[in-house]
Write a protein that binds this ligand. Structure first.
Ligand code: SAM
Length: 184
């Protein structure tokens, strides 16, 4: 679902697909960078947190949508980190995007709370990580959760996002893959 919106980072998205074919990894690029850019712009985000950098496609999309924002993005695969940093430097966004190399569980406790937007795109969502993400997001902040249709642990996360008490949530696609949630 790339829609009609022009995608300034379409080449990085394509490079991610090409990399995955060679590297046999799970670097599946998100299908709609312009949507993420628009969400960051609508939130007038100053601080954005991303779990799952891959080659930098979505971090760049967020940064382009919110020109006053810094982006902290986390990735454990060293080759993905290297390529993401290269793409980010080429786009002259390295002063605003920090790629943290390591596991989510190790990096998240080192970050300061108060993020305006957080994006989970790091495989199957899990309840423990989501609780940590909620703690890092400001009240009124926006959480975007991908891969909610993976079943298993993702189903518990989906239920929590739609409990009607802690989040105002909506699914944004017909297959229930992504939710946008505002922290209440
Ligand atoms: C679906 S890809 C991210 C795609 C990226 N957001 C994009 O749209 O181009 C998921 C990435 O998360 C990374 N990842 C998965 N689990 C992780 C973990 N526990 N800690 C850090 N990185 C992780 C993988 O190495 C992979 O690069």
């Amino acid at each position: 679902m790339s829609g009609a919106a022009p995608d300034p980072f379409a080449k990085i998205r394509a490079a991610t697909d090409a990399h995955r074919a060679q590297h046999h990894c799970n670097a599946y690029p998100y299908d709609n960078g312009p949507l993420l850019a628009a969400l960051a712009a609508g939130a007038a985000a100053r601080r954005i947190l991303e779990l799952g950098t891959a080659l930098g496609y979505t971090a760049l999309s967020f940064a382009s949508g919110a020109p006053d924002a810094t982006v902290d993005t986390i990735e454990r695969d060293p080759e993905h980190v290297r390529l993401a940093r290269e793409h980010i430097a080429t786009a002259a966004m390295d002063h605003r995007i920090t790629v943290h190399e390591g596991d989510f569980a190790a990096i998240l406790p080192t970050l300061d709370p108060g993020y305006d937007v957080a994006f989970f795109d790091g495989g199957t969502p899990a309840p423990g990580l989501h609780k940590t993400l909620r703690g890092l997001l400001r009240t009124g902040g926006t959480l975007i959760t991908a891969n909610l249709n993976h079943g298993g642990a993702a189903e518990s996360v989906r239920k929590a996002l739609f409990d009607g008490k802690s989040w105002r949530s909506a699914l944004i696609d017909e297959d229930g893959e992504t939710a946008i949630s505002v922290k209440l």
